[in-house]
Design a protein around this ligand. Structure first.
Ligand SMILES: [Zn+2]
Length: 224
């Protein structure tokens, strides 16, 4: 059997905060995972937002089969309308993430032009040579997922942003059972966003307590 080549190309987010975007390409077909923006620091004075260089994607526009989004933080979805205003691409994500993406598409006059699909955790869908399953993860936001990307050469786990938290302040608990099952079956590669996880490891309980305190403070009714 002729086995093709899988190419994983980070177009942003690697070694930097923000602009998370990765291309997966196999046998002349390509999916994009996340498409975020970055809020520049003082080095880029006067620049409000930065978006990834999309020229690689534009050069392969005929090969694109879908855009998959892990969660609704700006560093994962902020550049979506900039991509979709030049390239016609269906979007696959969770219900909450899609609701925020639709707001952005509306702003850019793209809402009626873009095909969108709501996917639930543990649901699988096919995009070209890839079959993708959403796996629930905990994070500082609701409706966040990791991806199990089945390719003809093996399974890739893309974690998105996550923390290992079985009693999260916000959103649902991470689906460790499903991740374990993938571990038992064998995974070709793990693409993991580790910074947040390391921060939790380093600060442990205190960080979670602070998160709860902040949320309680925000939710407390103010003086009338
Ligand atoms: Zn995030």
């Amino acid at each position: 059997m002729d086995i093709g080549k899988l190419q994983i190309t980070p177009l942003g987010g690697l070694g930097q905060f923000g602009m998370n975007i990765t291309a997966f390409r196999y046998d002349g077909q390509m999916i994009i995972v996340d498409c975020g923006m970055m809020f520049p620091d003082e080095d880029l004075l006067g620049v409000d937002i930065a978006i990834p260089d999309l020229s690689y994607i534009e050069a392969h526009r005929e090969e694109l089969v879908g855009l998959v989004l892990t969660h609704a933080h700006e560093d994962h979805i902020g550049a979506v309308p900039f991509l979709l205003q030049t390239i016609d691409l269906p979007v696959y994500t969770t219900e909450f993430t899609l609701s925020l993406v639709e707001g952005k598409l509306q702003e850019f006059g793209l809402l009626d032009k873009v095909k969108t699909h709501t996917i639930r955790p543990r649901e699988k869908f096919k995009l070209g040579p890839f079959e993708i399953e959403f796996i629930r993860v905990s994070h500082s936001l609701v409706d966040c997922v990791a991806l199990a990307i089945h390719t003809p050469v093996g399974v890739i786990i893309h974690t998105g942003d996550f923390k290992v938290d079985e009693t999260p302040v916000m959103g649902d608990a991470i689906d460790l059972k499903r991740l374990n099952e993938y571990g038992d079956q064998g995974v070709l590669a793990l693409l993991s966003l580790v910074f947040y996880w390391l921060m939790i490891e380093a600060q442990g309980e205190s960080l979670q307590r602070r998160e709860r305190e902040i949320l309680e403070a925000v939710n407390e009714p103010g003086d009338e």
